[in-house]
Design a protein around this ligand. Structure first.
Ligand SMILES: [Zn+2]
Length: 308
């Protein structure tokens, strides 16, 4: 009765990785319990997620071909576009969010188009807008821009509105830190840059005022939900963002946070279930309204088991 923060299934968003092919369920080595799915298996997984009572998934695509300008990111028959159509055909009552970025689709693994070794901001946001529109045309319920280019939320908002998709919300990765915790994700999404890193556009760990400026800019550009990423090491940022802006606030418990808990749990060094629920509850307590987490299915099962 006196507990202030209670984790519920409604707080959870489950990230999923989709690859070309049939009957594929590739384990991601550095993320035990996480798989890359071909579309047929992805549809089955989405049914299971829906049946567990998790309200939403976010899709990341691994394309057949990568090129300099990430063409498959905005192709109408791209991997994510095909996946959305397949899920929408067979699974109701599941919100589909899509990741809008270029790094899974470019041959160099950077989040935009390059000139030499530099990412061209404005050329990139035009492509991101195209990518977002193609996802929504395929049936996506929400788009999530993860690239951290300047001005991309506004560009996506305008592009969606121009096509009549005025009611499709944008979740913006507003305060995304250049973080070592992303390591395992790059195995899952096959998006490691071939040179350099993402420090030109992602944020420095030591900065919180900058995070607030980034969030404010995204809200002004039309973001409906703002995200802090990673979650656990940045609980103070989540709290400040929530207090200052009062916006629907998402937090991404990233691959490294997941894998550390999994690995220690598998070794018997910690009680995995207990630490999982503790970590998610802490993120919610900090101010997150929704949590993107690879633990979503495990947490939903735990809630079923423990809250009857
Ligand atoms: Zn990216």
């Amino acid at each position: 009765m006196i507990r202030e923060t209670v984790l519920t299934k409604n707080d959870l968003i489950y990230p999923l990785f989709v690859v070309p092919g049939k009957n594929i369920r590739n384990p991601v080595k550095s993320m035990p319990g996480v798989f890359q799915f071909s579309i047929d298996n992805l549809v089955k997984e989405c049914k299971e997620v829906r049946d567990l009572g998790i309200p939403a998934v976010i899709l990341f695509g691994i394309p057949e071909h990568k090129d300099e300008v990430g063409s498959e990111a905005y192709a109408s028959d791209g991997i994510v576009q095909k996946a959305i159509r397949a899920i929408k055909k067979e699974v109701n009552n599941l919100l589909i969010i899509t990741d809008v970025c270029m790094c899974e689709y470019t041959s160099h693994g950077h989040c935009g188009v390059l000139s030499g070794e530099e990412i061209l901001n404005d050329e990139t946001i035009a492509l991101l807008a195209k990518e977002a529109v193609s996802h929504v045309e395929a049936g996506a319920d929400m788009v999530a821009s993860s690239d951290m280019m300047d001005g991309r939320v506004l560009a996506i908002r305008k592009a969606l509105d121009d096509k009549g998709y005025t009611k499709i919300p944008i979740m913006s990765y507003a305060a995304k830190y250049a973080s070592g915790y992303y390591g395992p994700f790059r195995d899952a999404a096959e998006s490691t840059p071939t040179f350099g890193d993402r420090r030109s556009h992602q944020m420095d760990t030591g900065n919180i005022n900058e995070a607030l400026r980034e969030v404010e800019a995204d809200i002004e550009e039309g973001a409906d939900i703002v995200m802090v990423k990673p979650a656990g090491p940045y609980l103070d940022v989540i709290r400040k963002v929530k207090e200052k802006f009062g916006m629907p606030t998402a937090a991404y418990q990233v691959s490294g946070e997941y894998s550390m808990i999994k690995a220690a749990g598998m070794n018997g060094w910690i009680d995995e279930e207990r630490v999982m629920i503790e970590s998610l509850t802490a993120i919610k307590r900090a101010g997150a309204d929704m949590i993107l987490t690879y633990f979503a299915k495990d947490a939903a099962k735990w809630i079923d088991k423990n809250r009857k």
